[in-house]
Design a protein around this ligand. Structure first.
Ligand code: PLP
Ligand code: COI
Length: 338
């Protein structure tokens, strides 16, 4: 048995028993292998190091009430991986094989899945990168897909207690700004300076990005999508070409509808922040993290929250209940591992 203090888990990298690795050469993916080798050896001229041909994904597995382990919507992550791959000229990986690879990996690392009731989960992180040595600006022809997994707790230190956010207006030179709609390494690199500024200058754990063209509409947080509850009880979330299509947000919209809450996916003006009842970040890593205050230069939007608000709590409870097998999985989101 592994010796892990499940209650002390945070969102940090740790090694488990194995990763699963696939290689793409001569136009085809190999059969893949489970291995304890976490290292990558490649030429210093490898395409990924110069031109950033790298994409990643993030998803979670949960130990359910009946003792089984299930993965949340891995097919959606497989499809998004391929959408990212197409956009930066990388090979697609068949979705069924992706789901099966995640199952195989979690099954091999089953002892590392946090127990039911601990609040922890198993984070699965696939990453794909180009390894061909070259100096011309061209796509690589050799790639590797590695999927790793590790037990995690809350992304932000305070769990579902509100965090503060800072609106970033300093990053319209990156295109797309912030993290963009492709889950690729370069987009995250472009968001690092804003994230650092938010933390160091404003003591905010997270930066909130506006649309890069006009700085008028809310795009998303550096780690997650933006969502809000209006004073008349609507679920409001940003519609934008430059945000990541969050699988969590898509699921929460469905849950909100299931709970009878109207859903509005639309452009959201930054000034509307003054009118919302509740604001939150949502994503695989952050789940639903309420936002207590948002700083925009000298302006502060304060939601006067000490914990998650009632509407978001109802959605949060339902989605967690589905993920842990405490509420019927009517949308067939969960894929059983063992
Ligand atoms: N937006 C960004 C920038 C992210 O990094 C993530 C996390 O993956 C999300 C949104 C949320 O996406 P998902 O719910 O699929 O994890
Ligand atoms: C995720 O939620 O899986 C993410 O990828 C967000 C972040 C940790 C990069």
């Amino acid at each position: 048995m592994v010796n892990i203090d499940w209650d002390a888990l945070t969102f940090q990298f740790s090694k488990t028993k194995s990763v699963i690795r696939f290689k793409y050469t001569n136009g085809a993916w190999d059969d893949g292998r489970l291995t304890d080798d976490y290292t990558v050896t490649m030429s210093v001229a490898a395409n990924v190091l110069h031109y950033g041909q790298a994409i990643f994904e993030g998803l979670k597995a949960f130990r359910c009430k009946d003792g089984k382990v299930r993965i949340f919507r891995p097919d959606e992550n497989g499809r998004r991986l391929n959408s990212s791959a197409r956009q930066i000229v990388m090979p697609e990986f068949p979705v069924e094989r992706f789901v099966e690879a995640c199952r195989q990996l979690v099954a091999d690392n089953i002892e590392y899945v946090p127990p039911y009731g601990s609040g922890g989960s198993m984070y699965i992180r696939p990453v794909m990168y180009g390894t061909t040595p070259q100096i011309g600006v061209n796509p690589a022809s050799d790639f590797e897909l590695v999927i790793m997994c590790m037990p995690v707790g809350s992304y932000y230190k305070n769990g579902i207690k509100p965090v503060d956010a800072m609106i970033s207006r300093d990053f319209d030179r990156a295109a797309p700004h912030g993290t963009g709609h492709i889950k690729c390494a370069g987009n995250y690199a472009a968001s690092l300076l804003s994230g650092k500024t938010a933390k160091e200058k404003y003591h905010c754990p997270v930066a909130l990005f506006l649309d890069p063209g006009t700085h008028t509409y809310i795009d998303e947080f550096g780690t997650s999508n933006f969502l809000a509850i209006s004073k008349d009880g609507k679920y409001v979330t940003s519609l934008s070409e430059s945000i990541l299509p969050s699988i969590t947000n898509k699921s929460l919209m469905q849950v909100a509808e299931d709970l009878g809450m109207p859903v509005e996916r639309r452009k959201v003006r930054a000034e509307e922040l003054a009118d919302f009842a509740e604001v939150a970040a949502c994503g695989t890593a952050v789940v639903i993290t309420p936002v207590g205050r948002i700083m925009d230069g000298d302006k502060v939007y304060d939601y006067h929250l000490t914990t998650i608000g009632p509407a978001l709590k109802a959605i949060y409870d339902r989605v967690l209940a589905i993920q842990h097998g405490e509420y019927p999985d009517t949308h067939n989101w969960m894929v059983q591992v063992d």
